[in-house]
Ligand binder design. Sequence first.
Ligand SMILES: *[C@@H]1O[C@H](CO)[C@@H](O)[C@H](O)[C@H]1NC(C)=O
Ligand SMILES: *[C@@H]1O[C@H](CO)[C@@H](O)[C@H](O)[C@H]1NC(C)=O
Length: 867
Amino acid sequence: MPEVRPIYASAMNEKTQILFSLLCFSFLLVSPIESNGENLALSCGASEPAADSDKRKWEPDAKFIKSGNSIQATASYQDPSLLSTVPYMTARIFTSPATYEIQVKEAKRHYLRFHFYPSTYTGLDISNSYFSVTANDVTLLNNFSAAITCQALTQAYLVREYSLAPTERDVLSITFTPSDKYQKSFAFINGIEVIEMPEMFDSAVLVGFSDQIADAKAANLQTMFRLNVGGQDIPGSQDSGRLTRTWYNDAPYIFSAGLGVTLQASDKFRIDYQKMPVSTAPADVYKTARSQGPTGDINIKSNLTWMFQVDTNFTYILRLHFCEFQLSKVNQKVFNIYINNKTAQADPTPADIIAWTGEKGIPTYKDYAMYVDANNGGNEISLQMTPSALSRPEYLDSQLNGLEIFKMDSMKNLAGPNPEPSPMQANEATQKEFQNDKKTALIIGSAGGVAMVLAFSLCFTVYQRKRRFPGNDSHTSIWLPIYGNSHTSGTKSTISGKSNNSSHLSNLAAGLCRRFSLSEIKHGTHNFDESNVIGVGGFGKVYKGVIDGSTKVAVKRSNPNSEQGINEFETEIELLSRLRHKHLVSLIGYCEDGGEMCLIYDYMALGTLREHLYNTKKPQLTWKRRLEIAIGAARGLHYLHTGAKYTIIHRDVKTTNILLDENWVAKVSDFGLSKTGPDMNGGHVTTVVKGSFGYLDPEYFRRQQLTEKSDVYSFGVVLFEILCARPALNPSLSKEQVSLGDWALNCKRKGTLEDIIDPNLKGKINPECLTKFADTAEKCLYESGIERPTMGDVLWNLEFALQLQETADGSRHRTPSHGGGSDDFGGGGAVAVHVAGGGIRSEEHDVSDQSDDNGGIFSQIVNPKGR
Ligand SMILES: *[C@@H]1O[C@H](CO)[C@@H](O)[C@H](O)[C@H]1NC(C)=O
Ligand SMILES: *[C@@H]1O[C@H](CO)[C@@H](O)[C@H](O)[C@H]1NC(C)=O
């Protein structure tokens, strides 16, 4: 898997944050960045110069094209995640090789940035676009599909940045060549930037080899990741040295169970660059950091770990930026740094920032080189830090301020393969085939009943529906371009290995979890005894059981009659076997034997969150415990959205899918409906509506467009459920109160929220904490997905709310900088404007009215039998 999550991966998730920063800072922009000889920005396919949302000027590209035929084109669709129409809405299309020639200064290093927005241009099918790009004699991209890459990244557009080594030439030739492997292939480009930069690279020690170095000075490099560790995104307009680099928050790449804590210098704190060029990194990078936390004896037992996807068989330069802004003496904070489990900087020569810089406020960086191949990391780079105790430092902690990862060229090549599709995308492929094989005819109901019909017309209808919309035909092939056209290809290998509908399990998934025999399972559950049933879902029943003599497990048994159940089952194995997280229910194994299909999970002793909230004889949960559970669940979802290889959308977030182990640790469960998402045409997945009533994102419901913000909406309902201790939907109440989401929002806006909170909590919630919590829940329920916070924002705000409560209770304190940072972090929501849309809500009521559930135990609407 090549760069599944390069530096731009968080662009869409963090969009509101970027917007917010742009809004805040646009009026204090020092000066718009003008294009000149050293800083050229081309808006490809544009006829007139135009400015982007940062007021930066982009020129038309025509006069730089020296050879080859091309077409000017305009995108037919503007994705809402595009921060600016310039340069994305116009494109230059090449159907044969073509070359740009751009004047540059000889003997100077240059950034070269490409902007790609794979959309529909003048009727061309973007999934046919495969091409290579060279800059002088360096291959930057080969057989590249922007569509596949964006799909894997779950974002609408992508930016590739290269740093080209100085040459003797004063002309930079950039050649686009459509791949001749595919018919109708074409190349396209939306924006090109060429920016002269200072020489920033030197040789670096090759980690794992005691006496070898990698010489980056003569190298061509590709920027893979550029992170403001422990801080917010920094847009290009605020970069130092006018290099217009974007720095992203690092949280999505954290792999360790704990996120550590973020540290922030005060606004007035001055960074003294001394001899280091200011262009190395902006001061904001050095004024924020992530450290392990205040508890040294916990820190020493763990590593703070980041994980990055990269292309195999390349050498990478990791540039670690450091600046101490709290401590000022040597041997106060000393730590070890490991890259791919190898010692980069560790005992007996551990890292000590003050020992390197002499004083606080002075930044520095360290470069480490790492060769990644099958024997070393495969396609991943891990970075780990843990305190060193060797010299008995004053604190046991470690710290990082910024991180850049660059790929070095190998024999003038920087190109890697296109990403593989995610397990879910592969799963879609097999389902699609299944449908094609059987020529299943599905009838879509008329508008009024659409939702109900869609609810059970299975994933298969995705494809049918898509074909019904004119102009959207390309969706069908875009979904799985890697497999070509599934009408014609019979024996392609998918991730699932097989193309029939018996077992779609990949070898990897099968290898990662244990396979049980049916007799083991029957023995462990007393032959599926009814007295062992602990739950019922759309797929079948869940039994309590025991394996290996004493290990308690939950066994989810598929209803053998349900084809859909089996698909969801396999989805869950594929997804869960690769996901390991403290706040996700772990899959222990599966059983596929004698016509039975079972999934075996860790047993969650305390059951579902819902059974502790209402209609229960169990003791009331304290407010603090509820907050901790909400934070745990938010963490699990945040990991699904950003931490795994692919963005995973849960699609069925609700209080019965949040389980509690014996220590009250919340774990998200039930991935049967999960989808990896969005496709590039809209940054969303167009799909049939699934999920549970009362929790459904109205936007998803209306437009059948699924994004991770649909989970955020559902989580907003969960937050109100936690606060008010009533079901998400209660049809026995008056019309305006049926839906908790609507009712709570209404009360929140009228200022009467306190009247509907759980009576058991009255007077026990710190008012500031309540405000923070309710504000967060409200933002989750914003009508429009883009205005809703990300799960990361939600997490920060909930942690902040907990901190407010703990401070009020006079209990345990956390580091103060943590709280300050978190509040800022969630600021994205502060500029969001709520757009009311009454119509959609009433649709939802109609749906609920048709239901026969009044006990609040509404669960799956995906039930082929019931309707
Ligand atoms: C990486 O290099 C090894 C050894 O040369 C080769 O077998 C393998 O195919 C290469 N992998 C890729 C993805 O290029
Ligand atoms: C931290 O990571 C390194 C490299 O993987 C490992 O050798 C070390 O044991 C880890 N330390 C702890 C305390 O987990």
